[in-house]
Design a protein around this ligand. Structure first.
Ligand code: ADP
Length: 399
């Protein structure tokens, strides 16, 4: 019962092998610099020694072949042959309105993913390359696609539509899709388990804050609203992305700075957020360090970041007419004591009572960081998107 999970980017391919009998990882790894010189394959068998191979890997097809070689290698391998693999599950960023759940790969499904290239030009084409590469190298193994957008397809029209001409939605499907769905899905379920309450009775805000960041209002186990939109640019302030701004800033800046549309696009995606305000880094660790060393711009970046996060939590509490729990996950959410503290301490009016000591504890397990009697509980739940992909894949092939 082994499942191979793949996450293909434009120049990278990450993988994990799961034994679904006990949901353990047998090996994980990644191929980086695909299509460039000196591509690197890093392979980590669980409990074994890490393997690093540098070679020429010109495309995803070759990358998949290298992964197969290392997985079945007599020394570093973890399976005798690829026959041990029941199915391959792929992460696909955009499923548009077509995919409301994970699905087996068919000709029809591939056609639809290609049709959605427009909506995620940087993300969906590499995922498709991963699917094709597996098809070529492992023609008899079923494949499953798991979409970042699927979990959020439960949003009602009042939260997913933008107040712009309806014709744009009808013609081009311009609407809020939201991303990190697999993570919001996983951590909301884990949080309900930790709370010991049925997910269907809870009002939760899940905060997935890593390099990219999004919040979701989870009402009775389903997304009611989420902060990312048509693309992953909307919503929270991020490492290098602006998040919400007045859309009129785009034409205004183009005019004043004589910039092209693609230059402004790149400014908002790659040269904004923490990086732009601090002038130091997009990495929250470095921001906090500089702030503690007295850097004023770093403090401003931190204050803006945490203010915007608080604003979303408050807005979603209002949107759901209540709040039972807040969940922090991903790189910043799981690790930044300072961010969680700045957010929670300023939300005491909502009934959040932070426990300063619990907030300091590091663990791989879901945990509370509020006091026992806190009306709204706050949890840190390490995300595991790969496990959810493996589970969906396993369920679909078993059926
Ligand atoms: P991605 O969004 O690329 O999946 P992650 O969820 O792994 O990324 O988040 C990466 C980010 O997490 C880093 O850029 C860094 O800002 C942040 N991070 C990791 N560890 C810490 C820490 N100890 N304190 C603050 N931020 C951290």
């Amino acid at each position: 019962m082994m499942i191979l999970v793949m996450n293909a980017g434009s120049s990278s391919l990450k993988y994990q092998v799961y034994n679904m009998l006990n949901e353990t990882v047998l090996a994980q790894g990644r191929v980086e610099r695909i299509g460039m010189d000196a591509s690197i394959l890093t392979h980590e068998p669980t409990g074994g020694t890490e393997v690093n191979q540098v070679s020429e890997i010109l495309d995803h097809n070759t990358a998949v072949r290298k992964v197969i070689d290392v997985l079945t290698h007599p020394e570093h391998g973890v399976i005798p042959s690829m026959d041990a693999i029941q199915a391959v599950g792929h992460r696909v960023v955009h499923g548009g309105e077509s995919f409301k759940a994970s699905t087996l790969v068919t000709e029809e499904v591939k056609k639809e993913i290609r049709r959605l290239f427009d909506l995620a030009p940087l993300h969906n084409p590499p995922a498709m390359m991963g699917i094709t590469a597996v098809e070529i190298n492992l023609p008899n193994i079923p494949q499953v696609v798991v979409f970042d957008t699927a979990f959020h397809q439960s949003m009602p029209q009042e939260t997913f539509l933008y107040p712009i001409p309806m014709v744009l939605y009808r013609r081009h499907k311009i609407r809020r899709y939201g991303f990190h769905g697999t993570s919001h899905d996983y951590v909301s379920k884990q949080a309900a388990k930790t709370l010991g309450r049925p997910l269907e009775s809870l009002k939760m805000v899940t905060c997935h804050i890593g390099n990219g960041a999004s919040c979701a209002a989870i009402l009775n186990g389903k997304t009611y609203d989420t902060s990312m939109g048509l693309t992953p640019l909307e919503g929270l302030m991020m490492g290098t992305r602006s998040g919400d701004i007045d859309p009129a800033i785009v034409p205004f800046t183009m005019n004043k700075e004589e910039l092209s549309l693609s230059e402004v696009n790149s400014m908002l995606n790659k040269h904004s957020g923490l990086q732009a305000i601090s002038g130091i880094s997009s990495d929250m660790r470095e921001i906090v360090e500089a702030m503690e060393g007295g850097d004023k711009q770093a403090k401003l970046a931190f204050d803006m970041y945490t203010y915007r996060l608080r604003k979303y939590i408050g807005a979603y509490a209002a949107g759901m007419n209540g709040l039972d729990a807040v969940v922090f996950t991903a790189g910043v959410g799981e690790n930044s004591v300072a961010v969680r503290r700045a957010v929670c301490e300023q939300l005491s009016f909502l009934g959040i009572e932070l426990d300063v000591e619990r907030n300091q504890i590091r663990s791989k397990e879901p945990r509370f960081i509020t006091k026992d009697g806190s009306r709204v509980q706050v949890l840190v739940v390490p995300t595991n998107e790969e496990l959810l992909i493996a589970r969906d894949t396993y369920q679909l092939v078993k059926a």
